[in-house]
Design a protein around this ligand. Sequence first.
Ligand code: AMP
Length: 215
Amino acid sequence: MRKIVILFGPPGIGKGTIGKILSEKWSMPLVSTGDLLRENVKNKTVIGMKADQYMKKGELVPDSIVFEALVERINQNDALKGILMDGFPRNISQAQMFENILSQGDTVFLLNLVASDNVLIDRLSLRRICKNCGAIYHLKNLPPKREGICDICGGQLIQREDDKPDVILRRLEVFRNETKPLLDYYSTRHKVLTVCADDNPDSILKRIEGLQLWA
Ligand code: AMP
C-alpha cells in the first residue's frame, strides 16, 4: 500500500518549493517529471535528446517518453511507501497510464494549488535556479545573499530556458487546455483538495497541514 500525493497546479504555483518541504516533513520522495527530464537533457541521454525540443517550446513531452522516466524512478526503493508527485500527470492519457500501475490499496490525493495568472507570471519570470544543486530562488521574494550565486552550494544561478516570457505564456496555455481537465477526472476517482497558493510558502504549508491529510 502506497500513499501518493499529486501536487497539482499551473507552472509557477510552487510545486517544487512546497514539494521539497513536504517531502522532508512526510518522508516521501519528491518525484518531479520536469526535474527527471532536465537531468536527462543535461546528461544527453536518449530520453533527454527526445524531450529537449518540446521543453524548449513549453510543449508537453510525449507521454511514452515521460512515462519511461517516471516508472524507472518510482520503482526505486525509497518510493515504495509513498510518493509526492510534481508535474505528473499532465493530461488524461498520462492519468490513465498511471491508474494502470497503481496497486489495490494505494491511496491517492490530489492537492490542487491555485493562484491568479499575475502571481504565476511574476514567480516564473523572477525565478532563478542553481545550475549545480537545483535550489530555487526568486529575485524579489527569496533573493540569494550574493547576486547570481547559490547560498547552499555556491553554484551559478540561471534562468530556466522555459521561464522566458513567451514560453511562460505557452506553458500557462498548455496547462489550461491539457492539464486542468484532470481535475474532473480525479474528482470522480480520488480525493481532490484545493488550497490557495498565492502567498508565501509558510502560509501555503500551514493551509496544507490544516487539511490533516494523514489523520
Ligand atoms: P516543469 O518543471 O514541471 O515545469 O516541466 C518543465 C517541462 O518539462 C514542461 O514544460 C514539459 O515540457 C516537460 N514535462 C514535465 N513533466 C511533464 C509531463 N508529465 N508530461 C509532459 N511533459 C512534461
